[in-house]
Design a protein around this ligand. Structure first.
Ligand code: FAD
Length: 383
């Protein structure tokens, strides 16, 4: 793969830069963190502008409203939107960064036609209903049950940590459709309309003072069978497609943002040892940008980011964690204000090594699936 940008890439960059300058000039300030109706309006409005400008769904097929852009254009898009401080993807995170890509890879034609253009235009906000109180790291141990009844699945159970659950129109839902086979085999992936009768969403307030995620309760919720993505009981395979995007490319725009933040922190860091620490973080983020180029190229070629996805999430989480810790040290813990971007950085980064699978789990996956080391249980038995 060629890491250099071509002449036509540079033309694309100049056009995008000009479009961003124009489009950001009259954009209102972002709303308060806990004003969710305003946040949804703000994020979906920006998504609509991207869509109208031809910059939504950079890698997505044109027939569903995407741009079908080359990998290098996708990377330039990330670099330029971050440089221009364009709004973060916000409530469109799940839809644009991992649900849409999953539907492109695994959805039926009807599912693609029904959802992809609306995700890109900001008309559909998505959330993810994967984790349960006893199934986070051990996601395959999920127990939310779905029983087939004619043309519907009847869903009963509970999900938790569902980001944007209280503002989502649709959810990525994992259910157990066969409790009598091994746990990875009896799972099904469903498209969940969040307004179905029997769904109760309870927001959870975080340390940042807003409800970023929710508990979701299901009481005999009837989900049409046509909402199934992939075959019945083949949901674990589809889940791994979703996770490969969530871990492999979804964090990328945050990563570019972390690089910007690290550079902005530099003038405040006077201690030599701390300057060295900062330089290490910057070098790591720089290296991860090269890995991102590889992941994006592979996703464009093979439909999913592949092995690089395993490393990106782990290495990024750890670099970001060190950056957050350094921010707090430089700031001095006395100056504790959650509205200060650098304090917020620290508090938010505490969650990154947990979200989308913890760092311990990423290490297990890398050791077992990439390095071929013995599986966790076999190791425990033989040691
Ligand atoms: C900001 C944020 C957003 C999130 N958004 C969503 C969302 O939208 N939808 C959703 O479904 N979920 C979401 N989650 C949930 C997330 O996926 C889980 O929190 C995560 O998978 C860990 O699961 P758990 O919280 O149940 O922790 P547990 O699985 O209970 O783990 C507790 C600790 O034990 C360690 N551990 C567990 N098993 C092992 C093992 N086998 N080997 C070594 N260590 C182990 C873990 O690493 C962790 O440190 C979100 C989480 C965060 C923090």
């Amino acid at each position: 793969m060629d890491l250099r940008y071509s002449e036509s890439d540079l033309v694309f960059r100049a056009e995008l830069r000009e479009w961003l300058t124009r489009s950001l000039a009259d954009l209102a300030d972002p709303p308060a963190r806990d004003d969710w109706p305003a946040r949804v309006r703000y994020d979906t409005h920006w998504q609509r502008r991207l869509f109208d400008g031809g910059y939504a769904g950079m890698s997505w097929p044109r027939e569903y409203g995407g741009r079908d852009a080359s990998p290098s254009e996708q990377l330039i898009f990330l670099e330029e939107t971050t440089r221009a401080r364009a709004p973060y993807v916000g409530v469109n995170f799940v839809g644009t960064l991992h649900c849409g890509p999953t539907l492109i890879a695994e959805g039926t034609d009807d599912q693609k036609r029904d959802h992809l253009p609306k995700i890109l235009s900001g008309d559909e906000v998505w959330c993810q209903c994967f984790s349960e109180p006893d199934a986070g790291s051990d996601l395959a141990g999920l127990r939310t049950r779905a029983v087939r009844d004619g043309d519907h699945y009847v869903v009963t159970g509970q999900k938790t940590w569902c980001s944007f659950g209280h503002v989502g129109d649709f959810g990525e839902l994992l259910v157990r459709t066969d409790p009598d086979v091994s746990k990875h085999r009896g799972i099904t992936w469903l498209i969940l309309p969040m307004d179905l009768p029997g769904i109760e969403v309870r927001p959870i307030e975080t340390v940042l003072g807003s409800s970023e995620f929710c508990e979701v309760f299901f009481d005999e919720v009837r989900v049409p069978v046509e909402n199934r993505v992939g075959a019945e009981n083949d949901g674990w395979r589809v889940t791994n497609v979703t996770l490969s995007f969530e871990r492999g490319t979804a964090f990328v725009s945050e990563m570019v943002d972390a690089l910007r933040m690290a550079e902005e922190l530099a003038p405040s860091v006077h201690d030599v040892a701390e300057r060295r620490e900062l330089a290490h973080v910057v070098a790591e983020l720089d290296g991860l940008w090269a890995l991102t180029k590889r992941n994006v190229s592979q996703a464009a070629r093979d439909g999913s980011p592949g092995r690089g996805a395993f490393m990106l999430k782990l290495a990024y989480s750890e670099a970001r964690d060190r950056l957050g810790e350094l921010c707090m040290r430089v700031l001095d813990r006395g100056a504790f204000d959650v509205h200060d971007e650098r304090v917020e950085e620290r508090l938010r980064t505490l969650s990154i090594p947990i979200a989308a699978g913890t760092s311990q789990i990423q290490r297990n996956i890398i050791s077992e699936r990439l390095l071929g080391l013995p599986k966790e249980q076999q190791w425990a038995k033989s040691s």
